[in-house]
Write a protein of this length. Structure first.
Length: 392
């Protein structure tokens, strides 16, 4: 385990009926907020009314910015920055999935900046301050409610990049598992894929080598996510399963699982950003296509950690490391398919003939994220494994 500093400033309020505490949490930082949300589901299922009531009870004025898309776009961020400045807001409130929270974070950073907010996403500028952000997640997947990352797509060139800063961590996030009852089976499945991929990126891609505590923590989270998801798909209103999923998704990507692992990279996310930017597929769908194929590709050259995963998660025994590693990747792919997520490019509606173009597109983000080993040829090989069954 390498040396590290772990500091997460986000306050979590967890439990049924806790959304009513939002106004009280905001009151110490100001009396006017920009309220960012999606395309209507929070109104349909009552979350909007709970938030508005809490803001009004707290004496908090609001300016609204609806219309966040599942793959959030820069043009709405620009509109939000302009609206927030005109209204003189003191904070930004996000309700919805990671897309709403990421949009709110980008706006919070942009309002405080004297330059184009996109500079942060190209890592050309460092975020030094931002408006306070408050979050009410209605999807358990991204952990944006307890981390300092934001992902936005610039429509010109279809560039899906991220910005990162402790200043983007929400001040307070209110997690009510009961709001997940209305989440569709499809998006419940995609949520599980996203959370599992977050956990596994650090597990497989770090500079620390072996770290028994972190590895066991990640393995426990993945088993819990899988078990909870299977219950949820049978019984969508199971509170305990939704609660376990909601908290597991946060722990998978709030910095805890990678503490002590040195430099942890996200090559699967890097490649997936091209899929969802170019084809506007859900992020979780892109990850379910890429992750098992990437695992099989990497395991072929260095099977040790991948074999550990197969043995710890799927109980694979009596196989050599390479066989165990490939079987683990194949079993994960089968599990993704079993919960209704796509596992090939074709199932995701992506033409097999676009593989080279996708790899070429991904090179820009590979450069920004400093992943030089992910050349065009390497990414083509991974993507081709997303079109066919692989051995295991």
């Amino acid at each position: 385990m390498e040396e590290f500093i772990f500091h997460n400033p986000t306050k979590i309020i967890f439990g049924r009926g806790k959304i009513g505490e939002l106004g009280k949490e905001i009151r110490p930082v100001g009396k006017r907020v920009l309220f960012v949300y999606g395309q209507g589901s929070i109104r349909k299922y009552g979350v909007y009314d709970q938030i508005v009531r809490s803001l009004e009870d707290g004496g908090i004025e609001r300016v609204e910015l609806p219309g966040v898309r599942p793959n959030p776009v820069l043009s709405l961020v620009y509109r939000g920055i302009e609206r927030a400045r005109e209204a003189g807001v003191d904070a930004v409130v996000a309700a919805g999935g990671g897309s709403s929270m990421d949009t709110a974070k980008a706006i919070a950073a942009g309002v405080a900046a004297d330059h184009d907010v996109w500079e942060f996403f190209q890592f050309r500028k460092t975020i030094k301050k931002a408006l306070p952000v408050f979050a009410v997640p209605t999807v358990a997947a991204s952990a944006s409610e307890m981390n300092g990352a934001a992902v936005i797509t610039r429509e010109e060139g279809a560039r899906k990049f991220s910005a990162r800063s402790p200043h983007l961590n929400p001040r307070t996030s209110i997690l009510d598992p009961s709001v997940l009852f209305s989440l569709s089976p499809t998006y419940s499945a995609y949520s599980a894929v996203d959370a599992i991929t977050h956990a596994l990126e650090g597990y497989f891609n770090n500079t620390a080598g072996e770290s028994a505590l972190q590895e066991r923590l990640i393995e426990a989270l993945i088993r819990t996510i899988m078990e909870s998801t299977e219950i949820i798909l049978r019984d969508p209103r199971n509170y305990d399963a939704r609660a376990s999923m909601m908290w597991s998704a946060v722990l998978a990507f709030n910095g805890l699982t990678t503490a002590g692992l040195g430099r942890a990279t996200l090559p699967v996310h890097m490649m997936e950003h091209s899929l969802s930017a170019l084809y506007d597929i859900p992020h979780g769908a892109g990850l379910s296509i890429l992750l098992p194929a990437w695992m099989a590709f990497r395991a072929a050259g260095d099977p040790g950690k991948f074999a550990r995963f197969g043995r710890a998660i799927f109980g694979i025994e009596d196989w050599d490391d390479l066989s165990a590693a490939l079987r683990g990747a194949r079993f994960l792919r089968a599990w993704f398919g079993g919960i209704g997520a796509p596992v090939t490019l074709q199932e995701g509606g992506i033409p097999e003939g676009d593989v080279e173009a996708i790899a070429e597109h991904a090179l820009a983000l590979a450069g920004v994220w400093q992943l030089p080993e992910y050349t065009k040829d390497v990414m083509i090989e991974v993507l081709r494994r997303c079109t066919i069954p692989f051995p295991g």
